[in-house]
Design a protein around this ligand. Sequence first.
Ligand code: ADP
Length: 692
Amino acid sequence: VSALLVSLALALYILLNDSLGQERLKAESTSRNVAEILETSLRGALHEVDVVMLSAQDEIKRQQAGGKIDRDALDAYLTRQQSFLPQIISLRVTDADGNVRYGPGVRQAAPTNLADRSFFTHQRDNVSDSLYFSPPVLARISKQWVLPLSRRISQGDGSFGGVVYANVALDYLAKAFTSVEHGANGTVTLYDDARYVVARHPSEDAQGSFVGRQASSPQLVSAMDKDGVAGTYRAIASLDGIPRTFSYKKLGDYPLYISVGLAEDDYLAPWYQQVEAALLFYGLFAALLTASAALLLRAWRRQEQAVLDLTEAQREGARTMVELRNSVAVQKATAARLELVLKTAAEGIVGMDPQGRITFANPEAAAMLGYVSPEKLLGLTTLEAFNHRLAEGQSCSQGFCAIRQTLVDGEVRRVADESFQGPGGKKLPVEYVMAPLMLDQKIAGGVLVFHDISDRKEMEAELKRSNTELEQFAYAASHDLREPLRMVSSFVTLLEKRYGGTLNEEAHEYIGFARDGAQRMDRMIHHLLDYSRIGRSKEPFKPVDLNKVVQAVIQDLAPAAESQQALIMAAPDLPTVMGDRDDLGRLLQNLLANALKYRLPDRAPRILVSAKTEGNQAVVSVQDNGIGIPAEQFDRIFAIFQRLHAQSQYEGTGIGLALCKKIVERHGGRIWVESEPNQGSTFLFTLPLASD
Ligand code: ADP
């Protein structure tokens, strides 16, 4: 029996010791997480203060350069900057004698003198301009305990001109400390690099009562001496004798350390309960065992099972506890990160409940819609909050509203052409994504992410306008050009008829040049007219069988092909696409004519038209065995009037491929070429397939 009791006690001990170890590890990681969250947020808050001081420095420099300081403007500037930062209670500027001259609450008649403050003497005696943290002081103007941050002000000639300083309220820091969970007996302390306490939570009375107190735990002290940036250790505080697990972290480059201590009493409370239960159980068991030795054997078997079940249950309990705590810490860190993302996102983000009422909005959403703050949006529906209009301009309550629909069916929707309008009244064209918020497979609300597309809309409208103008101009110009050209041609012909007999051979040759030129110009104008006509037809696209189009074009080109012993082949199963029958004919006509034209002199043209499908697109190719094109010209040939050859070599106007490109793009496709000089070229283009 006693052997049994001893081994049971041993088992219990091992078990409890193991779970104690786990609780400690858990506390270490929690304290690290909390220290990290505090470090990030404090470093950010101090950085904001420094940025404001730097901009105050700039403002003073700017005013100095202008000849003199405008007192009212500088006071107003400092007051405004200060109002942006809840963490500081003053932002002021002293002159070179330490008299506080500018900033909110300054008394001109009897200025407060800060010449004895360490930040003043530091900045006066150090020429280099750097951010200086001085130990906490009781502020003379506000009578609060503060952490002064300062930067030097230099005159035009580099001499000392005073100090700009900002007082961070220790109360603000203490409040930040209470915003993170650290248990009833936990502590949060901010130290400077001389180990002095700057602020602490909990505090016995007002902040400031710690000033002069130094860090005492050897682990922290040696870490600071070695310039360590973070660490975790266990120690018993000299102040209250409570054992704690501490994690500290340096605030980036700032000479400050944040330390978070979690009290063992707090994090081991559940474990103590476990120990108590186990001891109680053990005592009862021992009493029972010695009292009823006779029943031992029978009872033993049952008890053994009970012990096993119970310890398993305890283990399970301990495991659940660890998991639960871990997940709470992770969730907190995630929430902090998420909040940062929401606050700084360049997109408007709005969350809503299943009824479409807004439950949160980020600052960018409020700013874009013209609300003074995100809170003003809360509780409103999207229609009330931003007068959501659909693409055609009607209210979202009178048509298909993607936002509402997502709250019904849980589909993610992306919308490009609608508009919002806030209380400012300005219509905001937006692009947005509406996503459902699913909880337990139920729609628990939605998140709307939107951005302003006014610029893009304007550019599109502008582009459309200028394209239309250009087309109209090209059409009118080329139309009008034909008239005088016809005149040139007919008078040249007349000239030849009437005076042909009296002219010598040279004159005949000149007349020939003039006629050729006029004819070429006529062809160019003709092609230009074709080019500017693309896209004028208002006919909607219809299914077009490419087999028929290609056959018609081949027939057209048959005489030319025959004279060159060319062979033009088309694959038998070309697809049916959505498009304009005439334009597609023109496209293939141009490509096949080029394939015939740009042949090698000693090789009969072999041309193949084929196609394959990719998703809902057809990729059509026209392949020849002609002269080919150098790779560096692949883009150029699709531009208007761009040719690679002289007229004497290959005739042409340089419009054909530009026309092809315009046709393909009007159909929502793209055209390109693959080629190797002297091997041949393959022109490829995509078109939308007609759905069956
Ligand atoms: P054009 O044929 O009237 O000169 P295009 O716009 O049709 O004008 O063609 C532009 C240039 O692209 C041509 O000058 C030629 O150099 C090149 N090109 C077009 N098609 C082919 C082809 N199949 N093989 C080789 N070069 C070609």
